[in-house]
Design a protein around this ligand. Structure first.
Ligand SMILES: Nc1nc2c(ncn2[C@@H]2O[C@H](COP(=O)(O)OP(=O)(O)OP(=O)(O)O)[C@@H](O)[C@H]2O)c(=O)[nH]1
Ligand SMILES: [Mg+2]
Length: 324
């Protein structure tokens, strides 16, 4: 049984934006923030900062830790995967390496995710505004595994859900690293089919303006690549042109998990993504669910008609009147 840790009490009186209810947990459903990013980009530090920021602003939030391999969680997680699965035991029991251990732990946890959704949907006073989930640094384990899809879909079909893709800004000063990060963000957005907020973290070390300039103007990025004439830089130039469409629809924010810089802007970005979910993603989700339900209803109707044909064929005919 997936259990809930005692909730760090949020204070009353917080407001929530008006949006239609989808979860049955009160008038306005909370927005789910899936915090995803490369190893060491600052996901856990951001969760910690968000937690304290929400407390300071008296905004009720709910926190999940989905990283089974983390040693210390520096925030009070309401639900922690480590309470349900023991990563070290999983490695031993199934004779797995570290990544296999994380993947299998997530798979085991995903089988009980309906319980997590029920806990998130529980009515609270004041109602939750945000549900935040920290994910493992082995990014592909969450984004490309069946369990990652199950967890993402379970959230997305119950709540407005968005992805906060955390970028290590100082490391992105190299154009090649920047491009790798953008490609990763792009692939996660298409795989998750959810609104994505690009979160430039560690802006206390390096301001993210250079990255915004690169995204806004191809020539800027081209200049940064000028000194480099390798194959990788030529490819980066071409990719930058390809990604222009991705960039122009992308929401971005600069934050520092260390100093708390940009946290209000981050929450604004999350809310905007929540509205995008209602406007664009929910109708598509409803359409997919309806198509699935229609296909199932059609399958059942076909089965029933086949069954009744079989029965007709099997029913013995009444003896015909003998002609004498
Ligand atoms: N200067 C600075 N350092 C940061 C910031 N955010 C995180 N860090 C540091 O970056 C390192 C990694 O942070 P984590 O929060 O553990 O990163 P993570 O993405 O959760 O890492 P994994 O879970 O291992 O993938 C730590 O040393 C943090 O102190 C920030 O905003 N500014
Ligand atoms: Mg972490």
């Amino acid at each position: 049984m997936t259990s809930e840790r005692p909730q760090a009490a949020p204070a009353a009186g917080a407001e929530n934006e008006a949006a239609p209810s989808t979860s049955g947990c009160g008038a306005v459903p909370p927005t789910v923030i899936l915090v995803i990013g490369m190893a060491g980009s600052g996901k856990t530090a951001l969760m910690q900062r968000l937690n304290s920021h929400l407390h300071m602003r008296k905004i009720p939030g709910y926190i999940l830790n989905l990283d089974p391999a983390v040693l210390d969680v520096p925030y009070g997680a309401n639900i922690d995967i480590r309470d349900t699965v023991n990563y070290k035991n999983v490695m031993k029991e199934y004779n797995l390496g570290p990544n296999g251990g994380i993947l299998t732990s997530l798979n085991l946890f995903a089988t009980r995710f309906d319980q997590v959704i029920r806990l998130c949907e529980k009515e609270r006073n004041p109602p939750l505004q945000f549900i935040m989930a920290d994910t493992p640094g082995q990014i592909e384990i969450f984004t490309w595994s069946a369990s990652g899809s199950i967890i993402t879909q379970a959230f997305a079909s119950s709540f407005p859900t968005m992805i906060a893709y955390v970028v290590d800004t100082p490391r992105c000063m190299s154009p090649q690293t920047f491009m790798s990060n953008m490609l990763q963000a792009c692939s996660i957005m298409y795989k998750g089919q959810l609104p994505l907020l690009l979160v430039f973290n560690k802006t206390d070390v390096t301001d993210h303006q250079f990255a915004l300039d690169w995204m806004k103007d191809y020539e800027n990025f081209n200049e940064a690549l000028e000194s480099d004439s390798t194959y990788a830089s030529t490819l980066s130039r071409s990719l930058s042109l390809v990604l222009e469409e991705f960039y122009c629809n992308l929401r971005t924010v600069g934050v520092s998990a260390l100093t708390g810089l940009g946290m209000d802007e981050f929450l604004e970005g999350v809310k905007a993504c929540g509205q995008d979910w209602h406007r664009f993603y929910k109708p598509e989700l409803d359409r997919r669910q309806k198509a699935k339900a229609d296909a199932e209803a059609q399958r059942q109707a076909d089965e029933m008609s086949k069954l009744s044909l079989d029965r007709q064929a099997e029913t013995p005919r009444p003896p015909s009147a003998s002609k004498t």
